[in-house]
Each structure stands twice: as structure tokens, then as C-alpha cells.
Write a protein that binds this ligand. Structure first.
Ligand code: ATP
Ligand code: MG
Length: 415
């Protein structure tokens, strides 16, 4: 089954509104095993809407449009579709009643425009909107299905999950689709491709692999499709994920929706260990990531954002002499920061980061992106230098991720 999404609205084409409706619909349709073959955004113009519907029907079995169903003069989708599908417009009592109830609950009395919302094409199936007044409409023509939804994202989502999804499952023969995502760290995409080449080549035809890189993390997603038997599909996919583990096991840190900060939190909590931070260039980002996990107070003591040399000395006990001799972005300083935080904040582990995020402050010896990270534990202090690159935002983000991976490894090594 192939689908096409059409988002309608002048605001989309001037860049005022980001088209999140098609992102949502494409994600949900793919989950159901409905392939999206094209996404098109068009203005609120009659001819464009008609042409887009014609074109989409040439490519897809199911056309889903959003936007332009409101009662204002710029909303022309409903009247255009009535013309396109040769409908007569009728006031639908049930729609009128649900609009009246909705308005009443908001303390608003019905006006002419609200009544117009209940005037609907007589040759479509109505999809009830529990979150607003514009009804969804399902038309059929020459064996193809066409659905028109309101543009307001939460109304569109309500109709999708309450009205469309159950009907899709009843009316369409949908394949089983499953995903396993393997989360890896420390191997660049191209190197990974080499490492797993033979395994990838030997994958059964109904399994596909996707590489999804983000700063510091490479996700490998296996997608499997089967026409009927979803249990044997899961077994097949788990078997392939196991094979992959024997090849790249030491680079895998989690699966599916696992989060690094949760994995670290669990490691600390289950071993009754505590953490503190000394952040310079990351400015508190690591602290923010750590505390995004509910229950972080069980293991996180706190952190010091030691941005200036003065604070590095007064709060983390970094020697002024070491600062002058080595500069703030140096192995000696970052190790003293980690040690100072661990001692001062009385934790089992401490992470310190000091780097040149840019765009200024780089030298030949220490270009922008140079970052030192140290981890202090009861046993020892380890440190490493990185060069992340030019972009300030990405440097800060990559430094935080690298620090978290170093911390995870050090906790495991120290256990
Ligand atoms: P209503 O009857 O509730 O007004 P409508 O169908 O008339 O719905 P539009 O007027 O097209 O919807 O859009 C309403 C609002 O929904 C827009 O101001 C915009 O913020 C948002 N919107 C519209 N289309 C999209 C889209 N594709 N992605 C995200 N937001 C959208
Ligand atoms: Mg509108």
C-alpha cells in the first residue's frame, strides 16, 4: 500500500510554519507498513489542490491531505474537494451537535462560521474530530482513498489515532513491520560499514539496515517486513542482531530507545556510587543531561560550572601555577578539576571538561575544538584529549557525549 501526503497552507510555503504534520503522518504510516512515496506542500489555491490530488493519485493508493478546513476565507480545501469529488454540501446534524457541545464547553455561542463547519460533502465518510470543529473527510474514487484532515497538529493527531488507525487496520491488508536499533559508540560510519560488510551482505531480503549517525553515536537500525507471521519475523531479526553483537559487541552500548544518561544512572545506582561534575566549556550541559533522568538524585551530587580560571582555583582547588604554565585547556588542569570536584563534592566519580568551543580562542597549538576530559575515581584519574572541530554548538554537544562515554567506560573498568 502506497501513500502520499499533501500539506496545504500558504504559511508552509513562506516558512512561517514548519510542516510537522507530514513528519507525524509519515512516521505513523511507516509504522503501520504503509510506504509514503511522496510528501508535497502546496498553497491554499484551488488549482494547486486539484492538481496535487490528481498527481498523487497517479503515484499512490492512499492520499492524505492536511490543512485548510477552517471556517475562514483562506481555508478553501473543503470547497475545493467538494468540487473535485462532485459532492453536494449538506449540514450534518451530528457534526453540528458536536460543534455546539464543544463550543458550549468553552463558553462560546455558535455563530454563522461555526455552522459552516458542519456543512460537509455528502459523499464522504466523516472522521470525528474530538479536539476541534473541523471534521476529517474520507473520500473514495476509482478504487483510491483520499483523506482530508485539519491543519492544527493536535486535531490532526486526534483524528489519526481515534478514527483513521482503527479503520486502516480493518480495511487494508498491512504487513508486519519491526525494528531493532543497535546503539554504538566509537566507530565512525565508514569504518562501521567495513566492519559489518559481510554480515550486511548476508541479511535476508526482507531485512534492511540503516545507518543513523548523530554526534558521538551511530545507531544501526534493522527493519524487517513480513506479510503475515510476525513471530517468526521477530525471531529472525533477533538472530541477526545476535550475529551483529559477535562482530561489534564491544562498541554496542544499548538497544532501541535506551539513553546513555539512563544507562550511566543505572550503573551508578546499582553499584551505590555517586557522581559530581566540573564543567568549563560545556557550561552545565552534562549536568542538565544527567538530571534529565528521573531519580538522578540517588547518585548525582551536583556540579560546578567553573568557567573562569578564578573559579577553577577557588572552587576546584586548581593550582594557579598549573593554570599559568599549561593554560586552562590542558591535561594538568582538567585532571586537577576532576580531582577537586571529587574531593570537594565528596563523590565516588567526577567528570571534568575543559575545551575551546570557539569560534575564537584557538591557537596553532590548541585549535578551536581542542578539549580535555578527565574522570577521577577512588582508584585513579584518567584523561584524554579530543579535537571536535569548528562549530561551537557541536563542540559543546560532542564534549558532553564524549565525557559521558568516558565516564561509562571508567565506571565499568573500576567495578
Ligand atoms: P482549523 O479548522 O482548526 O482552523 P484548518 O484545517 O483550517 O484547521 P489551517 O488553517 O490550515 O488548519 O492551519 C491551522 C494551523 O495549524 C496553522 O496556523 C498552523 O499553525 C498549523 N498547521 C497547518 N498545517 C500544518 C502543518 N503541515 N504542520 C504543522 N502545523 C500546521
Ligand atoms: Mg484555518
Amino acid at each position: 500500500l502506497k501513500a502520499e501526503i499533501i500539506t496545504i497552507g500558504d504559511e508552509l510555503l513562506i516558512g512561517q510554519v514548519v510542516d510537522t504534520n507530514s513528519t507525524f503522518l509519515a512516521t505513523e504510516l511507516n509504522k503501520l507498513g504503509i510506504a509514503v512515496v511522496q510528501i508535497t506542500s502546496i498553497p491554499d489555491i484551488r488549482e494547486n489542490i486539484m492538481k496535487a490530488f490528481d498527481d498523487a493519485a497517479g503515484r499512490a493508493d492512499l492520499v492524505i491531505a492536511t490543512g485548510g478546513l477552517g471556517p475562514t476565507s483562506d481555508d478553501i480545501t473543503k470547497s475545493t474537494l467538494a468540487e473535485y469529488f462532485g459532492s453536494n454540501m449538506v449540514i450534518v446534524p451530528s457534526a453540528l451537535e458536536s460543534i455546539r457541545i464543544m463550543l458550549e464547553a468553552r463558553g462560546v455561542t455558535m455563530n454563522e462560521r461555526n455552522i459552516r463547519q458542519a456543512e460537509l460533502p455528502d459523499n464522504c465518510e466523516l472522521l470525528h474530530n474530538s479536539a476541534g470543529s473541523a471534521q476529517g473527510m474520507w473520500f473514495k474514487k476509482d478504487g483510491k482513498d483520499y483523506i482530508s484532515l485539519p491543519g492544527v497538529p493536535f486535531e490532526m493527531k486526534a483524528i489519526f489515532s481515534e478514527e483513521m488507525k482503527p479503520r486502516f487496520k480493518q480495511r487494508f491488508i498491512l504487513p508486519a513491520i519491526q525494528h531493532i536499533t543497535i546503539l554504538t559508540h566509537g566507530v565512525p560510519e565508514s569504518e562501521m560499514a567495513n566492519m559489518i560488510h559481510d554480515w550486511e551482505e548476508s541479511l535476508p531480503g526482507n531485512l534492511k539496515l540503516a545507518y543513523l549517525p548523530s554526534p558521538g553515536i551511530l545507531r544501526l537500525r534493522i527493519t524487517g517486513k513480513a506479510t503475515t507471521d510476525s513471530a517468526s519475523l521477530s525471531a529472525l531479526m533477533e538472530n541477526e542482531a545476535e550475529k551483529l553483537k559477535t562482530i561489534i559487541g564491544k562498541h554496542i552500548f544499548g538497544y532501541n530507545d535506551d539513553k546513555l544518561e539512563v544507562i550511566i544512572g543505572n550503573l551508578l545506582k546499582s553499584n551505590n556510587l555517586s557522581l559530581s561534575l566540573a564543567e568549563s566549556c560545556t557550561g552545565g550541559l552534562i549536568s542538565s543531561i544527567i538530571t534529565s533522568v528521573p531519580g538522578a538524585s540517588a547518585y548525582y551530587k551536583g556540579g560546578i560550572v567553573a568557567y573562569s580560571n578564578e573559579i577553577k582555583t577557588s572552587e576546584l582547588n586548581v593550582s594557579p601555577y598549573t593554570l599559568i604554565m599549561n593554560g586552562a585547556v590542558s591535561q594538568a588542569v582538567v585532571e586537577q578539576m576532576a580531582d577537586g570536584a571529587r574531593t570537594g563534592l565528596k563523590s565516588d566519580f567526577s567528570v571534568a571538561v575543559s575545551g575551546i568551543a570557539g569560534p575564537t580562542g584557538g591557537t596553532d597549538e590548541k585549535p578551536v575544538g581542542t578539549t580535555w576530559i578527565a574522570i577521577a575515581s577512588k582508584k585513579r584519574i584518567i584523561s584524554r584529549t579530543f579535537n571536535f572541530g569548528e562549530d561551537r554548538g557541536r563542540n559543546i554537544q560532542k564534549a558532553a557525549i564524549a565525557a559521558l562515554f568516558m565516564l561509562r567506560k571508567e565506571i565499568m573498568d573500576c567495578l
